[in-house]
Design a protein around this ligand. Sequence first.
Ligand code: ADP
Ligand code: MG
Length: 726
Amino acid sequence: MSSLLRFKMVDAAINHNAVDVRVPEGRPSDYFGAKVFGRAAMRKYLDKKTFEALSDTMVNGTPLTREVADSIAAGMRQWALEHGADHYTHWFQPLTGGTAEKHDAFAQPDGMGGVIEEFSGKLLAQQEPDASSFPNGGIRNTFEARGYSAWDPTSPAFIVDTTLCIPTVFIAYTGEALDYKVPLLRAISAVDKAASEVCRYFDRNVQKVYTYLGWEQEYFLVDESLWAVRPDLMLTGRTLMGHESAKNQQLEDHYFGAIPTRVIAFMRDLEYECLKLGIPVKTRHNEVAPNQFELAPVYEEANLANDHNQLLMTVMDKIARRHRFRVLLHEKPFKGINGSGKHNNWSLGTDTGVNLMGPGKSASENLQFITFLVNVISAVHKHNGLLKAAIMSATNAHRLGANEAPPAIISTFLGTQISAVLDKLAASKSDNDIRFDAKGVFKMSGISHIPTLFRDNTDRNRTSPFAFTGNRFEFRAVGSSDNCAEAIITLNTAVAAELTEFKAAVDAKIEAGIKKEKAIYEVLKAKIKACAAIRFDGNGYSEEWKAEAARRGLDCETSTPLIFDRYLDEQTIAMFDAMGVYSKVELEARTEVKWETYVKKIQIEGRVLGDLTMNHIVPTASNYEAMLLDKVYKMSQIAGLNPASDIALIKRIQDHTAAIQQLTYEMIEARKKANRIEEMRAKAIAYHDTVAVFFDEIRHHVDKLEEIVDDQLWPLPKYRELLFLR
Ligand code: ADP
Ligand code: MG
């Protein structure tokens, strides 16, 4: 790469105009779900008996018979062929964080020199992808090394380009989950079971409780030609060096600003694709940082919502290329400006249509709401360290704890009204302190009137990692590149365990002769007191909060490899086991994968950084230094000229290049040493403590050089060139 290339690419970026949007024919209601084998298509392509059997499976989880699977496959094949598909694939979510697919053609030799389009129930229901190289944490090193993928009928099949994609789970033959979908389905079912039972204290008709997820996807866009000349962006998804642009987000002129023309064209294309795929996209806007944007759909049942987010991340990447952009899903692509998260808006709702995370209209519904709210924050309190482990990664570590995103301490924000209700409830002396009036308004002595519980709670606290926002909780600590499942699995399991314990405590009191409502109050009261430490409505970015959180006994660990230890705590293992979400073997395997992934990410960053400093930065600085030396030498030939300032500059360049060379050498040595460690946890710790520590130090010197070396020589596009799309 040369600086000439940089200028060529900057020029290309400037001349990239908006791609013509393939303006969709008709309205969203015409093409929504056009590429999905959803209910409408099923009704059309399946006979009545098959349709009813499949509906039963989708709603109640009834296993499919081979015969029904064959009929579904025939209908699905017909639909797919008519919609231009020529291949099919099981689409699954391995622990790489992305999605995996292996395409097979429908066309099969018919044995008579021709081909026929084939797709049986067997191929639909189950396959054996050669999956030996997916991360598995050692599970598949046992004698039974095979794994298989099996259809998840609760998430409909869809067509991408010309491939029919069938959402599947991915499991080892020994039964362990090798993906995100299996534990997610288990955790959704755990909450369903525990929450339904608690709901029946309030309404006997409740049969099922759904988990809802509404994600908000933040992302950056950069011009493709500039991306192509930044090896760090290409290989690690973030800039490992780059001096801050003189102007970035200080003026707060990007947030909710007019969306650049090129970007709007991309967004419209993306939305069109999403709608055809049944992803109910709704909101788009500029985010805080330059070149940062957000897309959010309407919330859906969590398993489907998560499939949609996984699909979105792939589709985004593809559409972006058409517009000569690259999407950056990394949590912190640029230093000094905001990073990207993926808020997970989470709630539970009954099959009778009640949102358990929203205040209701009647006294009973409000008590039910408070019951669920308290159980959620109590679960978050008990497992705050684990929830942090669920969202932590090498990439998200850059974002958490920095002054822009949730701190690396999990706490809950409830707002003044709910806080007051809980405090009163905890402090109440007798039943008479708390009652509901005829209109169902929550009343407590001492508080003359609590507004019909906060329907429009606009009390927002942007610094909280887990905030109540009126009718849902918003888990904001989730990283932009994450599979949301990890956060939802952990949250759901913790909440299911808490509700199970709650039910047992209330039942024990009822059996002892205490009236149901009073029993619920008593257990809630004790819980509110016990989990007080998790509630924090103040500024999560402040230094005081860190000290306060430590005093409260909240998990304040900041080292990513050590944060993962929470997965293997005794109480964690017991909880996941009791809720039927993870066995101990699965937890151990998955934690192993987390450490391994951490090591690999830091290893790659270390290598790219080493390449860049030694192949790009030091040679460039040396060239400039040589020019200056030449100048100084020539100046010395002419009497009366003073080369002092040039000599000072040469010395500065010398100091920085020498430091870079020395630090890069030391970093490589540290990496070699870490590589010799066999045990994955120890290796990850070594990478964290002895390798990653060099990154910022090296970067400091590189960024200083960027400030003083001739702009014409600098090989990498600068922040000011990367960050201001028009
Ligand atoms: P904000 O940025 O103010 O949080 P957005 O409109 O960007 O709001 O995103 C809010 C997300 O929360 C959307 O995906 C929305 O569908 C989702 N949401 C709203 N109500 C619920 C709920 N009860 N349960 C889960 N998600 C919800
Ligand atoms: Mg939000």
